[in-house]
Design a protein around this ligand. Structure first.
Ligand SMILES: Cc1cc2nc3c(=O)[nH]c(=O)nc-3n(C[C@H](O)[C@H](O)[C@H](O)COP(=O)(O)OP(=O)(O)OC[C@H]3O[C@@H](n4cnc5c(N)ncnc54)[C@H](O)[C@@H]3O)c2cc1C
Ligand code: SF4
Length: 322
């Protein structure tokens, strides 16, 4: 590992002030330190923000504010989160392992990098790691990679489970940075790769996530489901965060976000539009899923994700409707 300086920030203002060229913020370190060991990330300076006093979960009227340094375990166990947003607690528990969740922070989870194997192997080209060097995944190993919103430059997926639930809940991400304070919507924090796959998000250098704010939970029943190769310690092949409100047999409200299929949590807006106001039937769920997945651009070895996503959408909505 390349030598680096370490500083612990005492306040958010100090963290932002200490951020200079070659600096990275350090949360729990469960992703960043791995990438430093692999030589993928080579910061000259780490500013440790994991002990900033941003570790509370508080109601704010009918909204809930989650501090950026809240540990994943504490988020999933929080009574307010479990009662108002059970889907979010389930999504967090579907990620990583108990040991990792004990250390990982909310902000770090959102900003973890793709697990594309070429990205993590510095001996291979990768547009995300070294812009302009090429994307070997497109002709190579892409079985776990994206089918929606891809570009010719990158087909990576975003690995966070929590981000998928936050996208379905219309969460807001509070950011402070050299340019002042901002609030970013979810989805909206993460970007699609386009011709700049090196940029995972719309954040600027020095931007520090301080909190996630959740609006009131939408009416209806909700679920997070994750399809993966092993029952634990595996990233999603496809996951879904869904909320369905059925009134007199019709869909009064619906939110669907997908994980494991794109460079960002994917809000299935076409499917939502197709469903709202129509009957809550298996046939309608199938048509909505197909309307969403018409946009898919799978590669030979990840084409299985399209029927997998379709079946997951239909099965999850059927379970919610029941
Ligand atoms: C074996 C393994 C399996 C895993 N499986 C899953 C899984 O199935 N699902 C899942 O969702 N996750 C999974 N994870 C990911 C794990 O949840 C992440 O590593 C973790 O959430 C990252 O959090 P952290 O606080 O350790 O971030 P760090 O590693 O400290 O940081 C990650 C990134 O966030 C930046 N950062 C941190 N805090 C801030 C802040 N406040 N503002 C701005 N930037 C910041 C850092 O600079 C860095 O770029 C897995 C991890 C491991 C090691
Ligand atoms: S898919 Fe993206 S991260 Fe993976 S090799 Fe291609 S450019 Fe790199």
């Amino acid at each position: 590992m390349k030598p680096f300086e370490y500083a612990r920030a005492g306040s958010t203002a100090e963290a932002v002030r200490d951020f200079g060229p070659g600096t990275m913020y350090l949360g729990g370190g469960t992703n960043l330190v791995d990438l430093m060991r692999l030589g993928v990330a080579e910061p000259e300076r780490l500013v440790d923000v994991s002990r900033l006093p941003l570790d509370t979960i508080e109601p704010a009227g009918d909204r809930v504010r989650i501090g950026a340094t809240v540990r994943n375990t504490d988020l999933a166990a929080d009574p307010l989160v479990r009662s108002r947003y059970p889907m979010l607690a389930r999504a967090v528990l579907a990620g990583a392992s108990g040991q990792v969740r004990n250390v990982a922070t909310v902000a770090g989870n959102l900003l973890q990098r793709t697990r594309c194997t070429y990205f993590q192997d510095v001996t291979r080209p990768c547009n995300k790691r070294r812009p302009g060097s090429g994307c070997p995944a497109i002709a190579g190993d892409h079985a776990n990679l994206a089918v929606l919103g891809t570009s010719d430059a990158c087909v990576a997926t975003h690995p966070s489970d929590m981000a998928v639930a936050l996208a379905a809940l219309d969460a807001q991400v509070h950011v402070t940075g050299p340019g002042g304070d901002r609030i970013l919507p979810m989805p909206g924090l993460h970007r699609l790769p386009g011709d700049e796959p090196e940029r995972d998000t719309v954040l600027n250098p020095g931007d520090l996530i301080t909190a996630i704010e959740l609006p009131p939970a939408p009416p209806g029943a909700s679920l997070y489901r994750k399809v993966r190769e092993r029952a634990s310690f595996a990233f999603a092949l496809v996951s879904i965060a869904a909320v369905l409100d059925v009134q007199d047999g019709d869909v009064a409200g619906c939110r669907i976000a997908l994980g494991g299929v794109a460079h960002a949590p994917w809000r299935a807006e076409r499917a939502e539009r197709a469903l709202i106001g129509g009957p809550a039937t298996g046939e309608a769920f199938l048509q909505a899923a197909e309307a969403e997945l018409e946009q898919a651009r799978p590669l030979p070895r990840n084409a299985f994700k399209v029927p997998l996503a379709r079946n997951l959408i239909v099965a999850t909505l059927e379970e919610l409707a029941a």
